[in-house]
Design a protein around this ligand. Structure first.
Ligand SMILES: CNC(=O)c1cccc(C)c1Nc1nc(N2CCN(c3ccccc3Cl)CC2)nc(N2CSC[C@H]2C(=O)NC)n1
Length: 183
């Protein structure tokens, strides 16, 4: 089971590496790792398990965050329209995106960042993601607003990018151009 001890924190060089594609079909080991990442998110959102193991709640987790240099991520959340997104994905890529942008008015948090970093994180408002899921199916996901934000946050990790890299250093809460808040 993945716990907070397995999650590396900012400053660890693995968070700034660009990950390697996963060889498909995935090995038993890669499949097991991705399943454990998805289970972490479910555990972290279960109050009893979360408190029992001292987990930080999250809706997304990328392999670099557990010091695995592979292009894979897990997400588990319901969006503002109560649509469930629960995926383990190999080699996810953004294949298209809107010009229009969005952001969380509350800012973003990250399991690998043990501090608040205030500010708007501008993200594309709509993205299309292609990937291979845990069952080996090729998926094409059209995502918007909160779902688009979560996937961009996790795909950034696969490219060595942290959420605060996007915050305006002069004015963190300056309204981003051509953007609508997702919440
Ligand atoms: C600095 N202000 C803030 O962090 C922030 C502050 C307020 C609101 C939001 C919305 C903020 N922002 C933010 N809140 C989240 N959670 C809300 C609580 N939730 C959760 C908590 C408890 C049980 C179940 C669950 Cl589900 C877990 C997820 N998650 C992310 N991110 C950024 S995209 C990846 C995602 C992630 O999983 N981060 C660990 N950002």
């Amino acid at each position: 089971m993945i716990t907070m001890e397995d999650i590396i924190r900012e400053g660890h060089p693995a968070l700034r590496k660009v990950t390697e594609d996963v060889e498909l079909p995935p090995s038993e080991k890669d499949q097991q790792t991705l399943e454990e990442m998805l289970q972490y998110l479910k555990n972290s959102q279960d109050e009893v398990v979360c408190d029992r193991y001292g987990l930080r709640p999250g809706v997304g987790l990328a392999a670099p965050q557990i010091n695995v240099n592979k292009r894979m991520l897990a997400v588990h959340f319901v969006d503002l329209k109560d649509k469930l997104y629960s995926y383990g994905l190999f080699n996810p890529r953004i294949v298209s995106h809107s010009v229009e942008r969005t952001y969380l008015s509350t800012g973003e948090g990250c399991l690998s960042v043990d501090r608040e970093v205030p500010g708007y994180v501008p993200r594309y408002r709509r993205i299309t993601v292609k990937a291979t899921d845990l069952e080996g199916n090729e998926v094409k996901l059209r995502l918007k607003d909160y779902a688009a934000i979560v996937f961009q946050h996790e795909i950034d990790h696969l490219n060595g990018v942290m959420f605060y890299d996007h915050i305006n250093p002069e004015d963190p809460f300056k309204e981003p151009e051509n953007a609508t808040p997702a919440d």
